[in-house]
Design a binder for this molecule. Structure first.
Ligand code: SF4
Length: 356
């Protein structure tokens, strides 16, 4: 593809973006430089999460912690609580770690280069390129799922993902080279994938690149990008315990140890294991004190690497009952604790089931 054709495509995309860019709380107004703190925060939140979901969380964070220094001073527990519901909690822990480093070692200023950004916790190649180009207008190619889709269709690449990632990145770099407006170009590329070159029913009639698009020419746009079929996730099983007083307060506890949900609150649960028969036999430390009944419904939840099925067991503690750890809280208070989505599902189900 000639330099001239690439320049034409860049011009068309930037022109289209100028007219159709969506307003987002972290996006700077036309012609203004964005706030790097806002760009970083939004990019971390947007990893694995949609724009619609992220909006209110982003607003909550910048109201509570208007600067990276303010976020660095916050307690990790408060950050986890504000993050609750967004999932992938390692992101929140890294967010806090990164804020502390920026405040203490960089004088509150984010570095601008991809290399320096990648030294920071929670920032990989994609996020570093996005921050460097959007916040600092540096040439860097940020290839997310939207860009991969546009590129694979534009060049009609048949090799399936994830093996084609490097090929797609190289093609994306070709399309972006020397565009003159790195910040806008990065956002325009992603925006095209998010709003026009959508996974289903791409709106090719509205696309600034339709004249040169190979997949459109061949009538295969919707079939791309091809993906290697993922093996089914293994299933783990366990039990979760709803211990609710007559006053309607129920027991939650802080999850200790490293790993999944570290530092978050949960309803008491057994360990989760692949052998369902073994999982059914697992006792709970309150078995001797409480008389548990099983709810007919189970809770199911999908993690990246496994699916989980939890039986729900309920009990009402007698007057002198003392929990080994944790505390009793009301349904109204629960949002002030960092509770993962899985546990919110259990709480909702148990509240609806009227277990006592
Ligand atoms: S013409 Fe259609 S398939 Fe090709 S890039 Fe545009 S929206 Fe995607």
């Amino acid at each position: 593809m000639s330099r001239q054709s690439i320049s034409k495509l860049q011009e068309r995309l930037l022109d289209w973006y100028g007219k159709h860019r969506r307003v987002m709380p972290w996006r700077a107004a036309k012609g203004k430089m964005p706030n790097p703190y806002h760009v970083w925060l939004s990019e971390i939140m947007l990893q694995q999460t949609t724009v619609v979901t992220v909006g209110p969380y982003f607003m909550k964070f910048i109201e509570k912690w208007p600067t990276v220094e303010a976020l660095a001073k916050a307690k990790l527990d408060d950050v986890l609580t504000a993050w609750a519901g967004l999932g992938y909690y390692a992101r929140a822990r890294n967010l806090h770690k990164c804020a502390v480093i920026i405040a203490k070692e960089h004088g509150g200023k984010f570095p601008a280069s991809v290399e320096a950004l990648m030294e920071l916790p929670g920032i990989g190649p994609y996020t570093a390129a996005a921050i460097s180009s959007i916040a600092f207008n540096r040439s860097a190619v940020a290839v997310d799922g939207n860009v991969e889709r546009v590129v694979s269709r534009f060049f009609a690449i048949q090799e399936p993902l994830p093996a084609s990632k490097e090929t797609l990145r190289m093609h994306a770099a070709k399309l972006a080279a020397g565009n003159g407006y790195p910040g806008d170009f990065t956002q325009a590329f992603m925006e095209l994938g998010a709003t026009v070159c959508t996974p289903r029913k791409p709106k090719c009639g509205m696309c600034p690149w339709q004249r040169a698009c190979q997949a459109l020419k061949q009538g295969i746009a919707e079939q791309l990008p091809r993906k290697t079929i993922k093996a089914k996730n293994p299933v783990r099983y366990g039990k979760v315990f709803w211990i609710q007083k007559k006053s309607k307060e129920f027991l939650i506890e802080k999850r200790t140890g490293k790993g999944l949900y570290e530092g978050l609150y949960q309803l008491p649960t057994t360990e989760w294991m692949q052998d369902n028969e073994m999982a059914k036999k697992l006792p709970h430390s309150y078995n001797r004190q409480l008389h548990f009944k099983q709810l007919s419904a189970n809770v199911r939840h999908s993690f990246t690497h496994f699916d989980l099925v939890l039986e729900i067991w309920t009990a009402q503690p007698s007057k002198g009952f003392k929990a080994n750890k944790g505390k009793f809280v009301s349904a109204e208070e629960i949002d002030t604790y960092a509770l993962p989505t899985l546990m919110h599902k259990v709480v909702k189900l148990c509240l609806r089931a009227k277990t006592t």
